[in-house]
Each structure stands twice: as structure tokens, then as C-alpha cells.
Design a protein around this ligand. Structure first.
Ligand code: A2P
Length: 312
């Protein structure tokens, strides 16, 4: 039985979910089927990943084969739309994923798109109106048929605070980059003081991704030495660290061995003493966003400092 964390909605989110960002078409469906067969119960998706249809087909196969039922699974997706298009965007993801409803729907980034736009090119962006977007998401939540919880992603402390000043529904989750080399201590303390759960993306440091540049989280000496001590891999140490912090984790893999490896983190604990070793690890944000939507024409953010409110 997969450990779970309780959310402010009363629901329980499975501690490990399969990440699907950058999982290639033709591979992601197989990865989802394999993961669920070996015990995953949580799949993290997003409209902007461009692979929700293939994931939906994989889920249908699993349901038809009787491997799991919809109720056994936790499915997250993320909004990528204009504030006026929120109900349409939600219905679209539910339709593509062929899953009746989502367990969690997140505002993917503090950005907004033009009406009808779906891409990530500069001309797709509209001026940001987080309040209108969140209020539209609250309406979907209150209707209750298409998503069981709502939340945010890539929100700094400051942006989360601003949202809480008008929110009627407190976000259940803020999904952000989090791993031993970007521990998010300030954000963690703020979120947990507000009853908001932190879900960690890139929890093993996204080894090999275009944005990680020269930083190799899994090669860090603290992870290497603890891996030897606990007879685990550095990836399992990184994942377990997030679990000890109370965060759910979304390791992405399309490789069967690594999909299994990333789930097998519940037969050991990192001791209090060893957790202190993480305090000395130098911190570096890997996914800074400067290649994504920081620009001086169409983005609400001219600099990465504005996007993250200095948490960089
Ligand atoms: P692959 O899909 O070939 O397994 P993150 O979830 O932090 O973004 O990291 C995902 C990246 O790390 C992908 O490149 C993935 O490649 C790789 N990866 C996933 N699991 C492991 C693991 N257990 N050990 C090493 N690399 C991994």
C-alpha cells in the first residue's frame, strides 16, 4: 500500500507519482502502464506536456484489463489557458485523459494565455490575471464534477501570499522544483504554515534535461555517501529526502528499471543525524524559466527575479 499525504481537502495524495513531462510520444503510454502495474497510483500530467491523449489511451487499457479502477488512481493535470477558458481547458484534459474527473487541477505557471491559444510561443501569452484565473478554478472546484481539488504550481512565497489574499479556496498543493540541491526551505515553511502541501517536481534533479546544465544532483557527495550507507541508489536517497520533508515526489522515467527503483523508497528512513548533512548542500535552482516565458515583450516577467520574486 502506497503511503499518502493528507491535503487540506481531506483527501490523501499518494507520496510517489509518475512524472510525464518530457516523456516522449510513443513512450509515455508504455511508461504509465508499466508504472501502474508495478504499484504507482499517481500520475502527474499537464496539457502543456502535449501527451495527455496517449496517457488517456493507456489508462483506458488498464481499466479494460481490470488492472485498476479509476477510483484507485490519483490523476493531476495542469491548466494552460486564458482565464475565460478555464472550464473548457479542464474539460479538455479530462476528455484527453479519459478519466471522468481529475483528483487535482493546478494552475501550471503564474502566466496566462490569449483566448483560444494553447502554445508556449511569445505571441500566445496574454497579460497575467491570476485572480481571474483562480476564481475560475474555484468555480470549477465548487461545481465538483470535473476536479476534486485545485492548486498552483511554480508560485513563489510572494505570489502564493497574493493569491491567498483573495482566495476563497486555499490551494491544496503548490507543485514546485524541489530536491536536495533546491530545497525550498522558505517556501516549505510558508506553505506548511498555511496548510498547503508541497509536491516536488524534478525530485532527482532532472539528470540529463536541457535545463540542468552542468549541475548533477545525483553525483553530489552527500547523496553518493548516503547511497552507500543505506545500500540505495543516489536517486532513492534524493526521493527519500523529499518524503522525510513531507513532500510528495514526481520522478519522471520511461525506463522500466528506473520506474521501479523510484518507487522502492519505503523500506528505509534517513536518520535525523544524516538529514543534517543536507543543510550544507549548496543551493541552485535548475528550472529558472528564463528560456520559457521571461522576455521583455509579451511576458508579465522581464527578469527571472520577477518570476520568482527573488527566490533564485
Ligand atoms: P529516464 O526517463 O531515461 O529514466 P526528474 O524526475 O528529476 O525530472 O528526473 C528525470 C530524469 O532523470 C530523466 O532524464 C530520467 O531518465 C532520469 N531518471 C529517472 N529515474 C532515475 C534514476 N532512478 N536514476 C537515474 N536517473 C533517473
Amino acid at each position: 500500500e502506497m503511503p499518502r499525504f493528507k491535503l487540506n481537502t481531506g483527501q490523501y495524495i499518494p507520496a510517489v507519482g509518475l512524472g510525464t513531462w518530457q516523456a516522449k510520444p510513443g513512450e509515455v503510454g508504455e511508461a504509465v502502464k508499466y508504472a501502474i502495474k508495478v504499484g504507482y497510483r499517481h500520475i502527474d500530467c499537464a496539457k502543456a506536456y502535449g501527451n495527455e491523449k496517449e496517457i488517456g489511451d493507456a489508462l483506458q487499457e488498464l481499466f479494460k484489463e481490470g488492472i485498476v479502477t479509476r477510483g484507485d488512481l490519483w490523476i493531476t493535470s495542469k491548466l494552460w489557458s486564458h482565464p475565460d477558458d478555464v472550464p473548457l481547458a479542464l474539460a479538455g484534459s479530462v476528455q484527453d485523459l479519459q478519466c471522468d474527473y481529475l483528483d487535482l487541477y493546478l494552475m501550471h505557471w503564474p502566466v496566462a494565455l490569449k483566448k483560444g491559444a494553447q502554445g508556449t510561443a511569445p505571441e500566445d501569452f496574454a497579460p497575467l490575471d491570476t485572480k481571474a484565473t483562480w476564481q475560475a478554478m474555484e468555480k470549477c472546484y465548487e461545481k465538483g464534477d470535473k476536479t476534486k481539488a485545485i492548486g498552483i504550481s511554480n508560485f513563489s512565497v510572494e505570489k502564493t501570499k497574493a493569491l491567498l489574499s483573495y482566495a476563497k479556496v486555499v490551494p491544496a498543493v503548490n507543485q514546485v522544483e524541489c530536491h536536495p540541491m533546491w530545497q525550498q526551505k522558505k517556501l516549505h515553511d510558508f506553505l506548511y504554515s498555511q496548510g498547503i502541501h508541497l509536491t516536488a517536481y524534478s525530485p532527482i534533479g532532472s539528470g540529463g534535461s536541457w535545463f540542468t546544465k552542468h549541475v548533477k544532483v545525483l553525483e553530489h557527495p552527500v547523496l553518493q555517501s548516503l547511497a552507500k550507507k543505506y545500500n540505495k541508489t543516489p536517486a532513492q536517497i534524493a526521493l527519500r529526502w523529499n518524503i522525510e520533508m513531507g513532500h510528495s515526489v514526481l520522478p519522471k522515467s520511461t525506463n522500466p528499471e528506473r520506474i521501479k527503483e523510484n518507487l522502492h523508497i519505503f523500506d528505509f528512513k534517513i536518520s535525523e543525524e544524516d538529514l543534517k548533512l543536507f543543510d550544507k548542500i549548496e543551493q541552485v535552482r535548475l528550472l529558472r524559466g528564463d528560456d520559457l516565458w521571461v522576455n521583455d515583450t509579451t511576458s508579465p516577467y522581464k527578469t527571472v527575479e520577477e518570476l520568482w520574486d527573488g527566490e533564485i
